[in-house]
Design a binder for this molecule. Structure first.
Ligand code: SF4
Length: 162
């Protein structure tokens, strides 16, 4: 449920998630699971979770949205992104928060054709230092990348809080 990425074991019953516990063999958490991690079950079953794409229908910041079908959401996104990709895919800067899908979002950005991708982990100074990325490397255009796709050593993860 956060960027620490603790290992878990998910117990199923009758096709549904019943219980989540920490994985004792995982090097990051060694079986420990915080309350937020235990609450991961609600990502699947909370009545308040997002169940469909939302389209903003009011002014930005008004919080007015309506549910739309995936087909409409995808065609809307494809029309916006298609124009950018046809002119120069690198015009797209794709930043994500502390998402748990950096392998997917990083892959998506590379398939789109933009190198301008970063997840939260890419901006975090602890992560960047662990990846050997420095400000001088950034200025000189070094190939050392601050993207979130780079693995963070377990000892660095343990020093960071959830
Ligand atoms: S610290 Fe908690 S929320 Fe974060 S990954 Fe570990 S169990 Fe999940």
């Amino acid at each position: 449920m956060c960027a620490c990425r603790c290992g878990i074991k998910v117990h199923l019953k009758d096709g549904g998630i019943r219980y989540i516990e920490g994985n004792r063999n995982h090097p990051v958490n060694k079986g420990v699971l915080c309350a937020k991690g235990s609450a991961g079950i609600m990502q699947h079953y909370s009545p308040a979770r997002l169940q469909k794409p939302l389209l903003r229908v009011g002014p930005r910041g008004s919080g007015e949205f309506k549910e739309i079908e995936w087909e409409e959401a995808l065609s809307t996104a494809a029309s916006w992104l298609g124009r950018i990709r046809q002119s120069d895919a690198r015009k797209l800067a794709f930043f994500t928060g502390r998402d748990q899908s950096q392998a997917l979002t990083g892959w998506w950005a590379s398939q789109f054709g933009t190198p301008n991708y970063a997840a939260h982990g890419g901006f975090c100074s602890v992560n960047m230092a662990a990846a050997g990325f420095t400000r001088s490397a950034a200025r000189s255009g070094s190939s050392a990348s601050p993207t979130g796709t780079r693995p963070v050593p377990p000892d660095v993860r343990r020093r960071r809080g959830p």
